[in-house]
Design a protein around this ligand. Sequence first.
Ligand SMILES: [Zn+2]
Length: 119
Amino acid sequence: MSATSPPAPIQGVRCRRCGRVAVPVQGFGCEQCGASGTDLAETALDGRGRVLAAVVVHEHPQPDVPTPAVIGSVLLDEGPVLRALLAGPVPADGWAGRTVTATAGESAPVVFVAAGDPA
Ligand SMILES: [Zn+2]
């Protein structure tokens, strides 16, 4: 999949009481206000975000993830931060601050690639 493909949606939950969005989907309760049950609605996030930080790992608990691999903390446009694989060539100026889009990962639930040229 290329960086020009539309982002793959990421499943999350949106709190109907306070609007907080969280990933992954869970029914334990809202991270912000504690609402649960029908107050948490599953929602598809658009799969776009910005890398806050990235690190190269040489061992991964999932044996099907080839290493070394880059794991990034990605701030999604809707608010949640999640850790995911960053794939593709390392941008010349590094991953931090790069806009990324989610792809349908083969070896992990979510994989991000750099989205076009830096702004
Ligand atoms: Zn809430």
